[in-house]
Write a protein of this length. Structure first.
Length: 203
């Protein structure tokens, strides 16, 4: 890949004595079903995985191959989920922040600095920097975006086995036509977010 995320910011922080540095990203704010997921990744400066990018810029095959490289080469990886029922209680913004906090708390090495994709970071126990489109510019965040996406997609495929009518194996909970048709015909499943439309509207 020609231009993509790099490790320069993490390197600068490391030289300033701020190490380990964790990249954090979340996925799944928009779907009608399934959890919101977040990942936190501490990359090894001596074993940086190749061909990482924003997960949205990669094919499923590329994401899954990158996921394997990250899991084999990173210093620490943590994935956390917030369930649909929790989302209904918290709201999706708070659920996304909670997922990111859980992911960082689950790391085997406590980070000295956290880099988060977006502009709305949680309050961590260490310094944090939010970077808009950080998954396309910062390698640790790109790694976290891949881990979060692959992990959530795998969970949605498992949910598809329990609730086959909604097509979760292909739409991963988003409002695809087959999914909306199934909601009209069957109503929501336990995997759905009841605070989201159309469930909220009584469909």
């Amino acid at each position: 890949m020609s231009a993509g995320p790099d490790f320069r910011l993490e390197g600068r922080l490391r030289r300033q004595g701020l190490w380990p540095v964790a990249g954090v990203d979340e996925v799944g704010r928009g779907p009608l079903a399934g959890p919101v997921a977040a990942a936190a990744v501490i990359l090894d400066p001596k074993r940086l995985p190749v061909d990482l990018d924003d997960s949205k810029a990669l094919t499923q095959k590329q994401r899954e191959e990158a996921f394997e490289r990250i899991m084999a080469q990173a210093i620490a990886v943590s994935v956390a989920f917030v369930t649909p029922a929790e989302i209904d209680v918290m709201n999706i913004r708070r659920a996304s922040l909670a997922a990111m906090m859980r992911a960082v708390a689950g790391l085997s090495h406590a980070p000295s600095y956290v880099l988060v994709d977006g502009s709305d970071p949680p309050s961590f126990d260490c310094p944090c920097r939010a970077i808009v489109k950080g998954d396309a510019s910062t390698l640790s965040i790109a790694a976290a975006s891949i881990v979060a996406k692959v992990s959530r997609d795998a969970m949605m495929r498992r949910l598809a086995a329990h609730f086959p009518q909604y097509g979760f194996e292909t739409n991963v909970g988003y409002a695809a036509p087959r999914h909306l048709d199934a909601l009209r015909d069957h109503g929501p499943s336990p995997a759905h977010r009841l605070s989201f439309s159309p469930m909220r509207d009584g469909r």
